[in-house]
Write a protein that binds this ligand. Structure first.
Ligand code: AMP
Ligand code: GLY
Length: 419
C-alpha cells in the first residue's frame, strides 16, 4: 500500500487526505488538523520546515509527498525532497515563481502572449504613486511576493490605490513581499478556477470550479481566501475550456519548459471571463482552497493516479470524466477576515451525515474531547449530487447542523450558476 504524506493543514489537505484514504492508501498529514486526524495520521511539524519534513519522510518511508500550500513550494521543498529521493507532487522552486512573484508571472504572461490585465511593475514608491495619480481609474494593487492571500487590493478610487501603495511600499505591512508591486487594470467579468494536473510536459484539465471571494452574500465586503465553491462551473463552456487550454495552458507549459523549469504539480489558473474570452488574473502552483473540496469528489477513485502520475511522469492519456456536481460552504469565525476570534467549541460535528455530505476542517484543533476553532476559515461543509441544486441542498442541510459562537457563512454559494 503506497505511503503518502500530505503537507499542510487546511480544508484542501483534509479533502486530499480523505480522497486518498478512501482509495485505501496509507495517508499521513503534516501537520494536519482535527479533521485530518480522523482520516489519516497527523505528523508534528511545520510544512515549510524543509529539513524537518525530509526527516519525517525518511522516518515514515513515504512513497509520495503531496504539497498542499504554496509557501513550502516557494521556499524549494520539492527540489529538496526530490534530491533526497522522494516522489513529489508540486513544482520546483523555480516553477513556483508563477505564484511566488506576481512580477515574474505578469512578465511571463506578456512574453508568452497570454491575455491578462495591462500592468506596470514598481520598485519605487514615488513612481508608483505618480502612476496611480495619473491613471484616474479603478486599479488593482498587488504585492509581488506571498502575503497570505491578503496582498491584493481592488481599488475603486485613487485614494484607495494610494493607500495600498503606502501600506505595501512605505509601511511594508507585508515585509519584503511588498517592496516590488504590480499595478494593473481592473478586469470586468466572472471568475473561474481552472486546475490542470501537469507532469512537466503535459497537462490534464479538471473541470472548472468557481470560488466566492467576498465575505458577504451578493459579493459584498472584503476579499477572503474563499467563502465557498462549486463545480462544474457553467461559465466555462466547452468553447471557453478549449480556449483556456490552447491560449493559456499550452503556452504556459511550453514557456516554463523553455525557461528550464518545467511545471509539475497542479497549475491553478485564476481567470476572469467576459464575453466568452478568458483572461488570466493569477496563477497558483497548488490546489485551490476551498476549490479542492468540490473538485476531488468528482474524481473519486482517480485521485492517486493523477497525483502520482504527475509526480512520476506517467499521467493517464486523458483526464478521467468528472461525475456529478459538488458545492461547499465555508463556515468562518467571528470577525473573519479582519481579526477572527478563535478558540470556540464547535457543536454538531457528530450529527450523522448522509453519503452525499462532507465536512472538511480548515482552522480547527482538538482541545480535551472537543474540537475548537483555530483559524478564520473553520470548516468547508459540502454536498454532492446529480445536479448543482441537489448538491447545494445537501451542503446547506449539513451547515444547519453545525454551530459555534460567532459563526458566519454565505447563504448564496452557487448563485451565478443557479439563477
Ligand atoms: P489574485 O490573488 O491576483 O487572484 O487576486 C485576488 C482577487 O482579487 C481575485 O480573485 C479577484 O477577485 C480580484 N482581482 C485581482 N486582480 C484583478 C483584476 N485585474 N481585475 C479584477 N479583479 C481582480
Ligand atoms: N480559493 C482561492 C485560492 O485557493 O487561492
Amino acid at each position: 500500500m503506497p505511503r503518502i504524506i500530505v503537507l499542510g493543514a487546511g480544508s484542501r489537505e483534509h479533502a486530499l487526505a480523505a480522497a486518498l484514504a478512501q482509495e485505501s492508501h496509507e495517508v499521513m498529514v503534516l501537520p494536519g488538523n482535527a479533521g485530518t486526524a480522523a482520516v489519516a495520521r497527523n505528523l508534528p511539524g511545520r510544512a515549510e520546515d524543509v529539513p524537518a519534513v525530509i526527516a519525517a519522510c525518511q522516518r515514515e518511508r513515504a512513497d509520495l509527498v503531496v504539497v498542499g500550500p504554496e509557501l513550502p513550494l516557494v521556499v524549494g521543498i520539492a527540489d529538496a525532497l526530490e534530491a533526497a529521493g522522494f516522489a513529489v507532487f508540486g513544482p520546483s522552486r523555480a516553477a513556483a515563481q508563477l505564484e511566488g512573484s506576481k512580477a515574474f508571472m505578469k512578465r511571463f504572461l506578456k512574453r508568452q502572449g497570454i491575455a491578462t490585465a495591462g500592468f506596470e511593475v514598481f520598485t519605487d514608491a514615488d513612481a508608483a504613486e505618480a502612476y496611480v495619480r495619473a491613471a484616474r481609474r479603478p486599479l488593482v494593487v498587488k504585492a509581488d511576493g506571498l502575503a497570505a492571500g491578503k496582498g491584493v487590493v481592488v481599488a475603486m478610487s485613487t485614494e484607495d490605490a494610494l493607500g495600498a501603495v503606502h501600506a505595501m511600499m512605505r509601511e511594508r505591512v507585508f515585509g519584503e513581499a511588498g517592496d516590488t508591486i504590480v499595478i494593473e487594470e481592473l478586469l470586468p467579468g466572472e471568475e473561474a478556477s481552472f486546475h490542470v494536473i501537469c507532469d512537466g510536459v503535459r497537462g490534464l484539465p479538471l473541470v472548472a470550479a468557481q470560488d466566492h471571494k467576498r465575505v458577504f452574500d451578493g459579493d459584498l465586503g472584503p476579499n477572503t481566501g474563499g467563502m465557498g465553491a462549486y463545480a462544474p462551473a457553467p461559465i466555462v463552456t466547452r468553447e471557453v475550456h478549449d480556449k483556456i487550454m490552447e491560449r493559456v495552458v499550452g503556452p504556459t507549459l511550453r514557456g516554463m519548459a523553455e525557461l528550464g523549469c518545467p511545471f509539475r504539480g497542479v497549475l491553478f489558473v485564476g481567470l476572469m471571463i467576459e464575453g466568452g474570452e478568458p483572461r488570466v488574473l493569477e496563477f497558483n502552483v497548488r490546489f485551490g482552497d476551498p476549490e479542492t473540496c468540490v473538485l476531488l469528489p468528482l474524481y473519486a477513485g482517480h485521485v492517486f493516479s493523477l497525483l502520482s502520475g504527475a509526480a512520476r511522469g506517467g499521467l493517464p492519456e486523458h483526464a478521467p470524466a468528472p461525475q456529478g456536481h459538488a458545492l461547499c460552504v465555508v463556515m468562518a469565525s467571528e470577525n473573519y477576515p479582519a481579526k477572527p476570534t478563535l478558540g470556540d467549541r464547535i457543536d454538531g460535528l457528530h450529527a450523522g451525515l448522509e453519503s452525499s455530505q462532507f465536512v472538511r476542517h480548515a482552522g480547527t484543533s482538538a482541545r480535551g474531547g472537543d474540537v475548537v476553532t483555530s483559524g478564520g476559515r473553520v470548516l468547508a461543509v459540502g454536498g454532492t449530487g446529480d445536479t448543482l441544486a441537489s448538491a447545494r441542498a445537501a451542503a446547506y442541510d449539513a451547515v444547519a447542523r453545525i454551530s459555534f459562537r460567532g459563526e458566519h457563512h454565505r447563504t448564496d454559494i452557487g448563485y451565478r450558476a443557479l439563477r
